[in-house]
Design a protein around this ligand. Structure first.
Ligand SMILES: [Zn+2]
Length: 157
């Protein structure tokens, strides 16, 4: 059930929000951290009150029951996607550090209401929004970290 990457991780209460995922050992920049998994769901099947990850215009992953469900958002994250559902370290991460990624690199629902961000990072955007509702300069900065469906939707002809 656990991917190999899960060995590097543990789940505990986060200062930021609910439970979070933390490095149990140092993780080097560029290293794969975890692969997101879960049941493949059409938008109409998603329980929006439960964990879910948007991976296509109408496609989602439901809860996996693994650490990937509990990784919190940051506007200045230490990990991100590259070309699929594997999360990579964007810099060296110390043991005990919380793992974060930018949810706006996956969420792109027209009707997503957003939620207040508590990441505390310098330059925090204040609200977690759909990718389409970000300012152009933020979109451009997030481009290397986008899930493939967003990259092909907004950046490839
Ligand atoms: Zn933030």
């Amino acid at each position: 059930m656990y991917s190999a990457g899960a060995m590097k991780l543990y789940i505990r209460q986060s200062d930021q929000h609910g439970q979070g995922v933390f490095a149990s050992m140092p993780i080097a920049s560029g290293e794969a951290i975890i692969v997101f998994t879960g049941p493949l769901l059409h938008r109409s099947e998603v329980d929006f009150g439960d964990y879910h990850l948007q991976i296509g215009e109408e496609l989602y992953l439901g809860p996996s029951g693994s650490a990937d469900d509990y990784i919190n958002h940051s506007c200045h994250p230490n990990s991100g996607f590259r070309d699929g559902l594997t999360l990579y370290a964007l810099r060296d991460i110390a043991a005990g550090e919380e793992i974060t990624w930018d949810y706006s690199t996956a969420i792109d629902e027209e009707d997503f209401p957003g939620f207040p961000c508590a990441c505390g990072a310098p330059g925090c955007r204040g609200t977690v929004r759909s990718f389409r509702h970000l300012l152009p300069d933020v979109q451009a900065r997030l481009r290397p970290l986008l899930l493939p469906y967003l990259n092909s939707r907004y950046f490839r002809d």
